[in-house]
Design a protein around this ligand. Structure first.
Ligand code: G4P
Length: 534
């Protein structure tokens, strides 16, 4: 276990010891298993296996989760905090299903690093690649865990090469696997010259760690069978010759990823990865904002909402806004300014997501995620400060890829439907557009499954059966520009115009050709497929 002082002595120690990160992976690579083991070593749970059980208990509180359970996918992101050695880890969970990529994207704005989990037999899969690209947009440092080494996996060089080629990032081995599949016995720790041996008999046992004095150490032969030793020595020598050595700065800049090999289910390699996150992962980073950047060590508190989750507890019609603290030392009861409305908000019952359970947060520091229960005042993209008019930037909203009309089963309940839709729009669960002509709403999502989730949530949370139906439109673009040009555009294209829940103008169409035409005919206007949530 690492007992070193965190790497930034100039930061307040409480901030310097924080590591806020997400796990990115393709479904089935082992994210849940790895999370369980993190928590196990974080001392948050006694036995691995409880995350799933806890997850389910938490889920039953939220009605729409029945569907999630049936389909075996995770549609909601949450945050977990736990301590490891001298460090405080904040793990923000990303939903794995590709239909919820926008949610995932926003989650990644709240972290300072990502752990990329790949399956040793499958290598870089499609969802990993997509998520990686999102991380790259923000130059997030990435630490890689190659999982399932206890199964038949690909050749180590091949895996490393694939990551380098597909993701265009330098890869440096932090550990080197010894044997593969049934023969896998552990790893050689390339950074600390140690031998880590896996215990297949006890899946929760921490690996035996033996200090080795270089590759010539006769101890190696005592622990590694001959047929594996020869290959290990040859490969490590080749790796040291051919692959880059670890450059911490390059890792922090997102140009290099260290890779650990292991088997999450056997708890193997997980501690080494956690030590790696502690040592090479970044402390809380400055946050882009307008009109100025926010530094984590500013004494005043600032934070932003990256996720809103409604009805986590059906007894209360509350929503919880997940806030990433960008600076300062937060204490319970603080009055913060809600910058968008300029109104003060007393934060009297903030929640910390300690892995064991939700807990009232007495204090939190830059880097932490707190949950703020509220009645709808807090929206994604909102900034909270101690008074300064700062607005965190870079939290996007994407144009939906699927559009459908929606109708209440009972036409007398149109008002209720509007209320429900507005809630989901503010939560970021869907885009809701009100066409300028006619009644009703058009709902936009990224994946088909979201319509089903919405329909089931509206029915359960508002007691309102709804029908989604085909819409004449397939694309939406936000329209910005000079007021005169915009008014003229609206007047001549009424049947294509709608307004989103913030009142911003949206152009709806079914043809890319239309979009091209508008861009040609209205050079003063800008059509965009993303909008910043501010
Ligand atoms: P995910 O969250 O990324 O989707 O993956 P999850 O952890 O649920 O793991 C997917 C499957 O892979 C699970 O098996 C899990 O037990 C298995 N797994 C995870 N890590 C390892 C590993 O290191 N080695 C091996 N051999 N398997 C691993 P499952 O059969 O789908 O579920 P379960 O019945 O075991 O829970």
């Amino acid at each position: 276990m690492l007992d070193t002082v965190p790497n930034r002595p100039d930061l307040p120690a409480e901030i310097a010891r924080r590591r806020t990160f997400a796990i990115i992976s393709h479904p089935d690579a082992g994210k849940t298993t790895l999370t369980e083991k993190f928590l196990l070593y974080g001392g948050a749970i006694q036995m691995a296996g409880q995350v799933r059980a806890k997850g389910e208990a938490r889920r039953t509180r939220s009605d729409f989760m029945q569907m999630e359970k049936d389909r075996g996918i995770s549609v909601s992101a949450s945050a977990m905090s736990f301590d490891y050695a001298n460090y405080r880890f904040n793990l923000v969970d990303t939903p794995g299903h590709s239909d919820f990529s926008e949610d995932t994207y926003r989650t990644l704005t709240a972290v300072d690093a990502a752990v990329m989990v790949i399956d040793g037999a499958k290598g870089v899969e499609s969802q990993t690649q997509k998520l990686f690209e999102v991380c790259r947009l923000r130059d997030l440092p990435i630490l890689t865990f190659c999982n399932k080494m206890d199964r038949e996996s690909r050749d180590t060089f091949e895996i490393i090469d694939e990551i380098q080629q597909n993701l265009a990032i330098d890869v440096t081995p932090a550990s080197w696997p010894i044997g593969v599949g049934r023969d896998f016995i552990g790893c050689y720790d390339m950074l600390r010259d140690r031998l880590e041996l896996m215990d297949r008999a006890d899946r929760n046992k921490i690996a035996e760690s033996i200090e080795i004095n270089g590759l010539d150490d006769p101890q190696l032969a005592e622990h590694v069978p001959e047929h594996l030793l020869e290959k290990l020595l040859e490969e490590v020598e080749m790796a040291r010759e051919l692959l880059p050595t670890l450059d911490p700065q390059s890792v922090l800049e997102g140009h290099m990823t260290p890779i650990w090999f292991g088997s999450a289910i056997n708890s193997f390699g997980v501690k080494e990865l956690m030590d790696g996150i502690s040592t090479y992962g970044p402390e809380p980073q400055p946050q882009n904002a307008q009109p100025r950047e926010i530094a984590p060590d500013e004494t005043k508190v600032a934070g932003f909402v990256f996720k809103v989750q409604a009805n986590m507890d059906p007894k209360h019609r509350d929503r919880v806004a997940f806030v990433r603290l960008a600076s300062g030392h937060f204490k319970r009861g603080m009055k913060l300014t809600h910058v968008r409305s300029k109104k003060p908000m007393a934060i009297s019952n903030p929640v910390l997501f300690l892995a064991s359970d939700r807990e009232l947060a007495e204090e939190a520091w830059a880097g932490d995620i707190i949950g703020i229960p509220n009645h709808g005042q807090l929206r994604i993209g909102d900034t909270l400060t101690e008074g300064e008019a700062l607005r965190v930037s870079g939290i996007p909203s994407f144009a939906p890829e699927l559009l459908q009309g929606v109708r209440a089963g009972d036409p007398m309940k149109a008002k209720h439907l509007e209320k429900a839709l507005m809630q989901f729009a503010e939560e970021g669960a869907a885009k809701v557009f009100k066409p300028s002509i006619g009644s009703g709403f058009i709902v936009g999502v990224v994946g088909q499954l979201q319509f089903e989730v919405l329909a089931s949530r509206i029915e359960m949370e508002y007691g309102l059966p709804v029908r989604f139906e085909a819409s004449q439109f397939t694309s939406a673009r936000w329209v910005n520009g000079d007021k005169l040009a915009l008014d003229k555009f609206i007047n001549t294209n009424k049947q294509h115009i709608a307004y989103d829940n913030d009142g911003d103008v949206v152009y709806l169409t079914r043809l890319q050709w239309d979009i091209d035409r508008v861009e040609r005919d209205y050079p003063d206007l800008k059509l965009t497929a993303t909008k910043e949530m501010m």
